[in-house]
Write a protein that binds this ligand. Sequence first.
Ligand code: PEP
Ligand code: MN
Length: 348
Amino acid sequence: MIIVLKPNTPQEEIDAFQRLFEQQGLGTHLSKGVNTTILGLVGDTSSMNEKTIAANHLVDHVVRVQEPYKMANRKFHPEDTVIAVASKAAAKDNHNNGFAFFGKSHFSVIAGPCSVEGEDQLVGIARAVKASGATFLRGGAFKPRTSPYSFQGLGKEGIHLLELAKKATGLPIVTEVMAIKQLEVMQNVDVIQIGARNMQNFDLLKEVGKCGKPVLLKRGLSATIKEFLMSAEYIMSEGNDNVILCERGIRTFDNYTRNCLDLSAVPYLKKVSHLPVVIDPSHACGISWMVEPLSKAAIAAGADGLMIEVHNNPEKALSDGEQSLTPKQFDSLMQKLEGYIKLEERSL
Ligand code: PEP
Ligand code: MN
């Protein structure tokens, strides 16, 4: 961090100010020009608030050179993080020693309905997406809906049905938590999803940081990349390193698609962070026919996985039918993606 001091600051005040930082364990470097004095802070300044420093009467302005996120930062962790989730389906196929992975050379596809609606619906979809090559089953039991009059999810019963589908297929399950209390029923959930609307629910982030399960963190509707990574930092700072970042489209000025898929987030996040990055093309575009080209684009951009909504009867879905693929369409998509994924692995 670089602190530019006001001109004509008396030397004894500069000395006292400099000592303040040294007492906090930071190195300092003072550079005196003709008109300007600059105090450089050396060391980990991620927990320092530049606005508080700028409020000091000696300070003209502050420039942050180091990112405020540390645990999510590639500078502090150069190797890609690989997240391993035990999978009975993988074990049965003698695949990957019984694990499904996110990150580095591993590509995972999470598929399933937007909402868990019933046993036949969920288990049927789970069997179908597994047969097509999905490595995780998704399904919302607690649903964040814009309208309080829309289907709110089956709640605890939905979690129970996810457990049944996991038992039937061996696929690990991914589901969203909206409130801390809901974590009580998630013992058998494999990956906890934090939805876009809760990306900055800091108490919830801290709690999933303590729960010890991998977390799929979705980018907020209007969140900057820095805010997104700071939310990952919240989870990691509670001792949970298993965070998967999910870009699911952001708000822009246009509305020809539900959201705007920010594909540049993939190479950028992978450059500045070691965490795996997954793309959710379904929520990004909101239209089923666009899921295929966006999935291909996500792989080409370097994503570590996809999350895709699949429904046995999209026309009758209780949520997000218009963006859901049928199992048949999902199967065709997976066949087309195979070549792309292999190509990507070869280039690693
Ligand atoms: C979802 O995955 O069903 C969902 C609600 O996603 P998002 O939080 O990205 O809107
Ligand atoms: Mn949905």
